[in-house]
Each structure stands twice: as structure tokens, then as C-alpha cells.
Design a protein around this ligand. Structure first.
Ligand code: 9MR
Length: 370
């Protein structure tokens, strides 16, 4: 008896020690990646393969992230130099890097009305030709990356701020044959995507529809309709390019409300392009209070995601202030939007993300398999 009791006690102590060990590995996480793995969420960054040759760039990505996405190299303008060919070289390089570091790859993006190559936009194609071209593009690209890209932004930014379908080469200029049928062309391309790779998760990715507004209402309505009619869609990407001046409490409450209603449709949500831009002075620096506020914005977004079981990935649009689309987009007026500074040093924003990822969330760990 005493022996058995002793054994039970010793097993119990061992179990408790294990639990302590596990929780200590959380509180002392050495990277975003370690903390995210433990929290059961994907932590990602957009990557430009041309920058992977820079040692600091590559080592930071490898250390901190368990998912990467092509910032540009899986878009039409890179993949399709002309009508007859596909150039997968840079996309393949990104996939190789991810594989050699045990990361997942998000694909971005198969259908977008902007940044298409001139041969396509100025080619005067008929609707039948465009339909054939788009079907072929989706099929070839998804089959090429089948088993390597686990989730695709199938359609990017197809709605305007009022929730109407945007004019575009794919919708109505001249479109693939479904102009004035609103979301019918989006439905068609999701069906093509599912045929091309039945295992990939299929996302609709949108900008400025993170909170509750007319655009996010329209995204919700579209996805609800698709789900009811068994159109293959698995998730919504919320971009989240936001300014540091925002009302943080209001943003967090609205994001949470939107995450809750999207999750109620049985889909996943990925935060796909998070960055928090700050004003720059003439030397390219930001005020320290802005960088502190920025950390609170990051913290609130990570918290909102982790509090919603449907939110399975958090990705920033780049990770170092050395490289970000915001500088050129704002003509140098804004920037410093990311968790690492230009010298790859972690900022307050990095520490806020790490802390939130490391916070104890037992309900989430039960479901931990993003
Ligand atoms: O950051 C990207 C920039 O390098 C490209 O020039 C641009 C066009 O391909 O796309 C930027 O990324 C956009 C993303 O693909 C979709 N959401 C908005 C992003 C910022 O413009």
C-alpha cells in the first residue's frame, strides 16, 4: 500500500514538475515563434525573398516566425511575365526557406483587380479569354504549390468601402462573364481554387474591414451566403494596416465583435497584414510616445485574436522598419510600423506581442493546432 501510495505521489510530483516546466517555457519564451507555438497560433510575416540574402533578415525570420507569406512574389505581376509563361523562381525560393525552417507558407494572392501585368490589363481580352486565363492561372499556381502552401488568399480586396463589388478586370471590365452579378465571380474563383487544390485553406482577404462597417458587413454577408450554399471558403483575412493615432479601445472592441460574428460562420480568421504606422520627423524617427502607443495597438490586436478561437494566425506586413511598403506609399511621411527597428532590434511593440502570446490562455491551449 505504502509503496503504491509512494509511487502515486512520485508520479504526481513528476506530472506537476512537467506542468511547471511547460508553464516556465511559456513565461520565458525566447521568441515570438516559441510563444506562438505554445499558444497554438500561427505568427507570420510577409517576406521578400530578395532580402533573404541579408543575414540579419533571414535569421530574424527563421527565429521569430512559424509562418511566412510572399509580400509580392506570388502575385500576377511577378508570376506571369507574359501570357504563355509562369515564373515560379522567387516563390519557390520562399517555399524552400520556409521548409528548411519548419514554417508554413500562406499564398497571396490569386485574384486582385490591381497590380496585374500590362500584357493582361492592356491585352483587350474578351470575357471568355479572361475566364480561361484566370482559371488556368489559379489551376497552375495552386497545383504548383500544392502541399507547400497551406492557405491561399484566393481573392484580395474585391469590395469597396460601401460594401459594393469593385469595378475590375475580373468583375466587369470586361470581367469573366459575371459582370453585374455581384459576388458571383468571387464564388466562381473559389470553386476553381477548390478544384485545383482541395486541401488548401481558401481565404477572402480584405482591407479596412476589421471593425464593424459597411465593408465588413458585406464580407460577413458574402461569407454567410457562401457557407449556406456550400461554396468552398475556409476563412477571412483581415489586413489591419492601421495608424498609431487610432482609438485603441474602440478598435479592439470592434475587432472583437467582427471576429465573433465571423467565427460564428464556422470559418477561420487570419490577421494578414498587420502594421501600425507612425508619423516620421525629418530624420525618419518617431516620437517615443507614438512607439509606446504602437505597442498597445499590437497588444490589443494580438489579445483580440487570441481571445477568439476562430482566429488562428497573426501576421505582420514585414517585420523590420528597414523594409516596409509604408515609407514609399506615404512619401516618407510615415513609417516605423513594425516590431523590429531598422537595425533588427526588438521594439516595445515586439515585447508587447511576446507578452500577449505568452499570457496564459488555457481554453486556447486545449484547441492548440492551428
Ligand atoms: O507591400 C506590397 C508592395 O511591396 C507592393 O508594391 C504592392 C503591389 O504588389 O503590394 C503591397 O502589398 C499589398 C498587399 O498585397 C495587399 N494589401 C495591401 C498591401 C499594401 O499595399
Amino acid at each position: 500500500m505504502a509503496y503504491e501510495t509512494g509511487m502515486r505521489l512520485s508520479k504526481c510530483i513528476k506530472r506537476r514538475a512537467l506542468v511547471l516546466l511547460v508553464s516556465c517555457s511559456v513565461c520565458g519564451a525566447q521568441s515570438l515563434r516559441q510563444a506562438a507555438d505554445h499558444a497554438g497560433v500561427l505568427i507570420g510575416t510577409a517576406v521578400r525573398p530578395s532580402q533573404l540574402s541579408e543575414a540579419n533578415y533571414a535569421s530574424t525570420v527563421a527565429r521569430e516566425y512559424n509562418m511566412i507569406e510572399a509580400e509580392d512574389v506570388m502575385k500576377w505581376w511577378v508570376l506571369r511575365p507574359d501570357e504563355a509563361s509562369f515564373d515560379f523562381r522567387q516563390g519557390d525560393e520562399l517555399v524552400r526557406f520556409a521548409q528548411s525552417h519548419g514554417m508554413k507558407v500562406r499564398g497571396h494572392c490569386l485574384v486582385w483587380g490591381r497590380y496585374n501585368p500590362d500584357w493582361l490589363t492592356q491585352g483587350h481580352f474578351t470575357t471568355e479569354q479572361l475566364s480561361r486565363l484566370l482559371h488556368e492561372h489559379i489551376t497552375n499556381v495552386m497545383k504548383h504549390y500544392s502541399g507547400q502552401v497551406f492557405a491561399w488568399d484566393v481573392v484580395n480586396e474585391a469590395l469597396d468601402e460601401n460594401g459594393n463589388v469593385r469595378d475590375s478586370i475580373w468583375y466587369n471590365q470586361p470581367g469573366i462573364g459575371m459582370s453585374s452579378k455581384e459576388t458571383a465571380y468571387i464564388e466562381q474563383v473559389f470553386r476553381w481554387a477548390h478544384e485545383a487544390d482541395a486541401h488548401a485553406l481558401l481565404f477572402y482577404n480584405e482591407a479596412e474591414g476589421e471593425g464593424m462597417n459597411r465593408k465588413s458587413d458585406a464580407v460577413y454577408a458574402m461569407v454567410k451566403d457562401f457557407r449556406q450554399r456550400h461554396v468552398p471558403i475556409d476563412g477571412v483575412g483581415l489586413q489591419m494596416h492601421v495608424p498609431v493615432e487610432m482609438d485603441i479601445e474602440r478598435m479592439a472592441a470592434q475587432l472583437q465583435a467582427n471576429l465573433t460574428r465571423l467565427a460564428s460562420l464556422g470559418i477561420q480568421v487570419h490577421i494578414t497584414e498587420l502594421d501600425v504606422s507612425a508619423p516620421l520627423n525629418a530624420k525618419g524617427n518617431s516620437r517615443s510616445e507614438d512607439l509606446m502607443r504602437q505597442a498597445e495597438v499590437y497588444r490589443s490586436v494580438v489579445r483580440a485574436c487570441l481571445d477568439s478561437l476562430g482566429c488562428t494566425a497573426i501576421q505582420t506586413w514585414g517585420f523590420t522598419d528597414k523594409y516596409s511598403w509604408i515609407g514609399s506609399h506615404s512619401h516618407g511621411a510615415r513609417g516605423n510600423a513594425l516590431p523590429f527597428d531598422r537595425a533588427y532590434m526588438p521594439k516595445a511593440s515586439y515585447r508587447a506581442i511576446l507578452q500577449e502570446l505568452s499570457a496564459d490562455r488555457p481554453s486556447r491551449q486545449l484547441h492548440a493546432s492551428p
